[in-house]
Design a protein around this ligand. Structure first.
Ligand code: GRF
Length: 204
């Protein structure tokens, strides 16, 4: 069974969706460890409730390289195959990205490369886009910039607020993140330039 290492900093709804899909047999994988740089993250509490191995590792005050190397060694101890960022509010050091090259994925609440960074749904709403969405992608050392695995579009409705739009995007995040992880774990993909190419790519 392939092993996931989840990194999170907050609510953890994407992590919870992945855990639920594993429990329901929709994703064949095992969550080996959940690590949070914020000890008070609700996602960490959820991990404990689910009986998963949950580690609080405060990042405050530590140089990035040093903190990341502590995280990497915990992930290595658990023989993690894929690092799953789920609302992890930190940029990764070059050394960490190199150590887990093409073995780190992230979910971002916009159609990248539009609206990278914080509050992407609000950025898109305020900009006035008619189609918003979310992106599952590989992670490199830059912000929200690695090769795209899957995306899903969400139409902006007349009556939307940034909050109602965010809620619909989040539902799609929960769907495509599991699909993206399944695809990556299958190994049935290749990289052509920046393009992730796969005959297994789900149509949507
Ligand atoms: C999600 O919107 C995700 O796209 C972004 O951070 C948020 C995390 O939410 N990277 P949650 O902690 O998974 O509920």
């Amino acid at each position: 069974m392939k092993k996931l290492g989840v990194l999170l900093s907050g609510r953890g709804s994407n992590f919870e969706a992945i855990a639920r899909n594993i429990a329901d047999g929709k994703l064949k994988a095992e969550i080996a460890v959940v690590i949070s740089n914020r000890p008070e993250a609700p996602g960490l509490e959820t991990a404990r409730r689910l009986g998963l191995h949950a580690v609080a590792l405060p990042s405050k005050g530590l140089p990035r390289e040093e903190f990341d190397s502590q995280v990497a060694s915990i992930l290595d101890q658990h023989n993690v195959d894929l690092v799953v960022l789920a609302g992890y509010m930190r940029l990764l050091s070059g050394a960490f990205v190199k150590h887990f090259a093409m073995r780190i994925v992230n979910i971002h609440p916009s159609l990248l490369p539009a609206f990278p960074g914080l509050d992407a749904q609000h950025q898109a709403f305020e900009y006035g886009v008619k189609i918003a969405g979310c992106t599952a992608h590989f992670v490199d050392e830059h912000l929200d910039s690695g090769p795209i695995i899957l995306q899903a579009a969400v139409a902006v409705e007349e009556a939307d607020t940034a909050e109602t739009l965010s809620a619909r995007i989040l539902k799609k995040e929960h769907r495509i993140y599991t699909d993206a992880i399944r695809l990556v774990l299958s190994g049935e993909w290749r990289i052509e330039g920046r393009r992730v190419v796969s005959s297994r790519m789900p149509l949507r």
